[in-house]
Design a protein. Sequence first.
Length: 193
Amino acid sequence: MRAFLLALAIGSSLAAATPSLAQTLKVNQNLSIDVTGFSGDPNILPDLVTHIEALNGGRVAAIAFHNVAGAPGYAAIVLKDSDVRFWRLDSPTSDTVELTGASVPSWMLNWRNQRRAAAVKDAKVSLAEAIRTAEASQQGAPAVVAGIARSASNPTSDVQAYMVGILKDGRLKRVAVNSQSGSPIQNPEALDW
């Protein structure tokens, strides 16, 4: 359960990276990611989301670049049927993509994470589309992390959104995209991260 919460924290919080710089970024109070080796290509995350969804027929709820012990790669949370799957992809560009997966039935999630999973399944906009929208809103700056916002689990929240972490001008830029309309949200700081 803790692994799921940490993995969702990756996807629903923000970080950014610059190409060829060793950099560890604090995603939230519980988690940091190492973005050493991130290429800075703005197409990598959305293309990888599309690739993962084509491979297994599920929906990607969250994805992040993360260098683990010197091995650059991507962590993803995928919802398929009634399972939540956790994947590590070693390379988005090679002919063979190695997947390491683990899964948990969605009924084992706490109520907040069940609501977040439902928000992903009910979203009219895919995570890949949301990432492309966020990157375009920042003149093609690359995303390094994206996922459903924590506010999706808030029963009083009217807005369901994806949060995307963008690098722009060497600084972190938070971009929120409405998961129903696909429109950027003007004040992403108002959402619960």
